[in-house]
Design a protein around this ligand. Structure first.
Ligand code: NAD
Length: 291
């Protein structure tokens, strides 16, 4: 595999995590967010996280410093052109992803794989946006679905689109392993495996809360103790991001053509109010004192 530099588009919770893991595994990284503020926040988060890893003696100080030096933080997409492999981790919105992929295919070399960290959107549809720009490009588009928090979670769901080439899959599996992850294949259906099963459960927890079955803390505690979950579904929704949960439910409802997957009105209301979870300081629960 000839990948030395990994480009990451989107420096939010997932893009930031992917960039850090790649740098810690000795890849050069170019991480781009269209928001300058987010670009700076990502850099500050990395510094904090690396310092904590050193303090807890999980990595030597020299490794942390080397990882830090391998990452370039940018807010203009053009810099991504120097990448050997790109992972897109921008917001969960088909049009945003199509626009990003159409730009990427114009700027990177023809052998560069374009992976998306989408949680639910069709890889085949995202790939179609590249075909419009350069015929044959869909062969190098693939789903590479990391889990949150990326430095901790081992799984990467690898999803082939209809036109993804075998070589693209092989290189993606190899890269995932070099990042210390366990790649497992899933098919290109809405939500793949993880979110097809998880998101309706989270959505149902919002319905249960909305209907007064239990207050959020009790609901989560019941699911933790009763089902042996490491965290309750409402806490997990905050961790994922309530906006991302709503986007995924929309993809499931539209893609599976079934209204039972529609986002719970209470989930939509919290998103409309800007209560997005950990990333905004408040979602179902309040994190303003813990930040
Ligand atoms: P986030 O909101 O934390 O970050 C998204 C970032 O993308 C933002 O910083 C935004 O400024 C940036 N962005 C938007 N448009 C852009 C563009 N055109 N160019 C560059 N940057 C752009 O979201 P997240 O939780 O990191 O999720 C990102 C992707 O990863 C989504 O597709 C999501 O479904 C997927 N994902 C999320 C989780 C999770 O638990 N949050 C888990 C797995 C996969």
């Amino acid at each position: 595999m000839n990948v030395k530099t990994v480009g990451v588009v989107g420096a939010g919770q997932m893009g930031g995590g992917i960039a850090l893991v790649a740098a810690l595994n000795k890849f050069n990284v170019i991480v781009c967010d269209k928001s300058v503020e987010q670009q700076h926040k990502c850099e500050a988060d990395h510094k904090k996280r690396l310092a904590r890893e050193v303090e807890k003696q999980r990595i030597p100080a020299a490794d942390a410093e080397a990882a830090s030096k391998r990452i370039r933080y940018v807010h203009v997409m053009d810099f991504i052109k120097d990448s050997d492999f790109v992972v897109e981790a921008a917001v969960e919105n088909l049009q945003v992803k199509k626009d990003i992929f159409a730009s990427l295919v114009k700027m990177v070399r023809e052998d560069v794989i374009l992976a998306t960290n989408t949680s639910s959107i069709s890889i085949t549809e995202i790939a179609a946006a590249t075909e419009l720009v350069r015929k044959g490009s869909a062969a190098r588009v693939i789903g590479m679905h990391f889990f949150n928090p990326v430095p901790v979670m081992k799984l990467v769901e690898v999803i082939k689109g209809l036109q993804t080439a075998e070589g693209t899959t092989a290189t993606t599996l190899e890269l995932a392993k070099l990042l210390g992850k366990t790649p497992i294949p899933a098919n290109d259906r809405p939500g793949f495996v993880s979110n097809r099963v998880l998101m309706p459960l989270i959505n149902e927890a919002f319905y249960a809360w909305m209907e007064g079955v239990a207050e959020p803390a009790h609901l989560d505690e019941i699911m933790k103790l009763g089902c042996n979950f490491p965290m309750g579904p409402l806490r997990l929704a905050d961790f994922i991001g309530l906006d991302t949960c709503e986007h995924i439910m929309n993809v499931l409802a539209d893609g599976l053509n079934n209204d039972r997957y529609r986002a719970c009105p209470l989930l939509k209301q919290l998103v409309a109010a800007g209560r997005l979870g950990d990333k905004s300081g408040r979602g179902v629960f309040d994190y303003s004192q813990t930040k």
